[in-house]
Design a protein around this ligand. Structure first.
Ligand code: NAD
Length: 312
């Protein structure tokens, strides 16, 4: 089987490519990545000599690049990790977010349709659902995105839905909680705080620090996508979560303690506009229908993550 993995020079996609090449000795992987500031070929250096791996630099929103890839490789599955992903950047300028997260998905869907690809997995976020005070969002909850990032992701996800209904294109959409682990670009909370502390700098917490997020270790996310890629029902939606909810302040304290610092290193800063209070998703469907469970608890995942940033 040949899989096109887009955006795989970034954090999550690079873990998935390494995971697939190791877990499935006959599978081939073609990576398409634009190499924006968030893409880094070092994330893929372990597989660069693997004869089952091909890298193409290009934009998912460029139909010419897609035509060339689909003509040259017998792609059966597309896993779309490519996106603009940083909420703060989307507040400053959403242009690239709309181009990649909406138009990029549209062009991929058109290519999947034209070339008769067997399945496409759209990697998306719980942020499309907006904030929830109690309980958890299910796969059928309404989209109420509050940042330009999550609105653009919601646009891409809705296009997927429409291509299933209108053109019977075989797409599955996944909504994941926050992902952490090695190789994440240090602008997101966990890698930013770890790298700041390695440099002896303070960490900045937004607002009162009590915003709640649910966390999954990156390899657990890879295992979930593996299940969905092989056994997920086409046209359906799967939430990927762990139930491991923490306030940003609690996470900061875990990171500080693991790195032998105390809370004097925290600096409170003005909140981000539109900052969602709490995200939580119900992943019962993934557990009951596809038999997936998370393996790595937060304490262990954060320990491995800190160790990786220390060495790298
Ligand atoms: P990332 O920012 O680390 O990597 C994104 C990658 O996409 C980069 O390599 C970049 O070069 C590439 N890219 C950007 N625009 C492109 C384009 N137009 N064409 C081709 N490549 C392009 O992102 P990540 O954290 O690995 O996230 C991957 C996916 O998972 C995204 O779709 C994101 O919305 C989703 N997601 C992330 C999280 C999280 O906590 N990181 C949680 C839920 C969902």
């Amino acid at each position: 089987m040949t899989i096109l993995v887009t955006g795989a020079a970034g954090f999550m996609g690079s873990h998935f490519v390494k995971y697939v090449l190791e877990a499935y000795p006959t599978y081939r992987v073609v990576v398409l990545d634009k190499l924006t500031y968030a893409g880094n070929l070092d994330n893929l250096k372990e597989v660069v000599l693997n004869p089952r791996y091909t890298f193409v630099q290009g934009d998912i929103a460029d139909p010419g690049v897609l035509q060339k890839i689909f003509n040259e490789h017998p792609i059966e599955v597309v896993v779309n990790y490519a996106a603009e992903t940083h909420v703060d950047r989307s507040v400053m300028d959403p242009t690239a977010f709309l181009k990649t997260n909406v138009f990029g998905v549209y062009h991929l869907l058109e290519a999947v349709r034209q070339f008769g690809v067997k399945r496409m997995i759209q990697i998306s976020t719980d942020e499309v659902f907006g904030s929830i005070d109690v309980g958890a969002f299910t796969e059928t909850s309404a989209f109420e995105p509050n940042s330009p990032y999550s609105a653009a992701k919601a646009g891409g996800d809705l296009l997927c839905r429409s291509y299933v209904a209108t053109h019977n294109v075989p797409v599955i959409v996944t909504h994941s909680c926050n992902v952490y682990g090695p190789h994440q670009y240090p602008e997101k909370l966990i890698p930013l705080f770890i790298t700041n502390l390695i440099e002896g700098k303070k960490v900045s917490l937004y607002g009162d620090g009590l915003n709640v997020r649910e966390w999954i270790y990156v390899t657990d996310h890879c295992r979930a996508i593996d299940r969905i890629m092989h056994e997920g029902i086409l046209g359906e939606v799967y939430n990927i979560g762990t139930g491991e909810e923490m306030t940003n302040r609690a996470i900061t304290l875990v990171v500080l303690s693991a790195m032998k610092y105390d809370k004097d290193m925290i600096e409170m800063v003005q909140d981000r506009p539109g900052h969602d209070r709490r995200y939580a998703i119900d992943h019962t469907k993934l557990t009951t229908k596809l038999g997936w469970q998370p393996d790595v608890r937060f304490e262990e995942g954060i320990r491995q993550t800190i160790e990786w940033y220390r060495k790298n």
